[in-house]
Design a protein around this ligand. Structure first.
Ligand SMILES: NC(=O)c1ccc[n+]([C@@H]2O[C@H](COP(=O)([O-])OP(=O)(O)OC[C@H]3O[C@@H](n4cnc5c(N)ncnc54)[C@H](OP(=O)(O)O)[C@@H]3O)[C@@H](O)[C@H]2O)c1
Length: 254
């Protein structure tokens, strides 16, 4: 038995058209999974799909704004309609608005909470029935170092990512008997569009991260591929409710 074999499995990755989501999709594709990537930006989807096809996987892009319940329900339904099943859901779509807590508008708070946390709740809720009917599944939620730490410019982001960990634990306990494993991944500082923007806005951030990370470097998206393959595969069938840092040691260093 190949513990990491994902042949015949179908994965839906929100925000899978770039960054960490695409790298996780590639990790699962390289183990044999078919992949559906979802997002709003169709331009990014072309190269993302091409990279997945190079791995020999069957794949598709679905457009959807995961802040809307109807879109989450439709993403799951369309995946099942097109690929016949849904085995793995990666709740990866995310955004950030950097401000001091006193300066956020209510709309900005909701944008970050809805994109990062409510979307994961809604997609998981939609995915539950098809996974249960199939006899099991894997849900992988993307947290952050902000699931563990606070920061002055990240109140809604940290709230949403802290919520991801607790939502993961709650759903893991609810659905363990249905053979659905629910886990969170907490990336450290990874070089993506999201953090490129942070590096532009925060002088000295690049060096601060390098110095604070025991591995001495930023992560790159491919650093996230292995954890996706593990949490999507039979190798993790008795692993549920965890929040696993993939951070070059950032969360355990001084
Ligand atoms: N990079 C890091 O250092 C880091 C660290 C910890 C956690 N994370 C988390 O990792 C995840 C991926 O981030 P990333 O760094 O890879 O950034 P990214 O490249 O900006 O990816 C974010 C993805 O989310 C999608 N997205 C955003 N809002 C959406 C919406 N309303 N509906 C559908 N899709 C939406 C985007 O797709 P569209 O543009 O097509 O909408 C995009 O593909 C996020 O949850 C982020 O919080 C990142």
């Amino acid at each position: 038995m190949n513990l990491f074999d994902l042949s015949g499995k179908v994965a839906l990755v929100t925000g899978g058209n770039g960054g960490i989501g695409l790298a996780m999709a590639q990790g699962m594709a390289s183990c044999g999974a078919s992949i559906v990537i979802a997002g709003r930006n169709e331009e990014k989807a072309g190269p993302a799909l091409a990279s997945l096809r190079e791995l020999g996987t069957r794949c598709a892009f679905l457009t959807g704004d995961v802040t809307k319940k109807a879109a989450c329900v439709k993403l799951v339904a369309d995946t099942v309609a097109e690929f016949g099943r849904l085995d793995i859901l990666v709740n990866n779509a995310g955004t950030a608005v950097r401000k001091m807590p006193q300066d956020y508008t209510e709309e900005e708070w909701h944008l970050v909470m809805d994109t990062n946390l409510t979307s994961a709740f809604l997609c998981s809720q939609a995915a539950y029935a098809p996974m249960k009917a199939q006899g099991g599944g894997k849900m992988i939620n993307i947290g952050s170092m902000m699931s563990l730490f606070g920061a002055p410019y990240a109140t809604p982001y940290a709230s949403s990512k802290g919520g991801i960990v607790q939502m993961t634990r709650a759903m893991a306990t609810a659905w363990a008997k249905d053979n659905i494993q629910v886990n969170a991944v907490l990336p450290g500082w990874i070089d993506t569009d999201l953090t490129k923007r942070a590096r532009r806005e925060v002088p000295g951030l690049h060096e601060r991260v390098e110095n604070r990370t025991p591995a001495g470097r930023w992560g790159s998206p491919p650093d996230m591929a292995g954890i996706a393959a593990f949490l999507a595969s039979p190798a993790s069938d008795f692993v549920t409710g965890t929040a696993i840092p993939v951070d070059g040691g950032y969360s355990i260093g001084m």
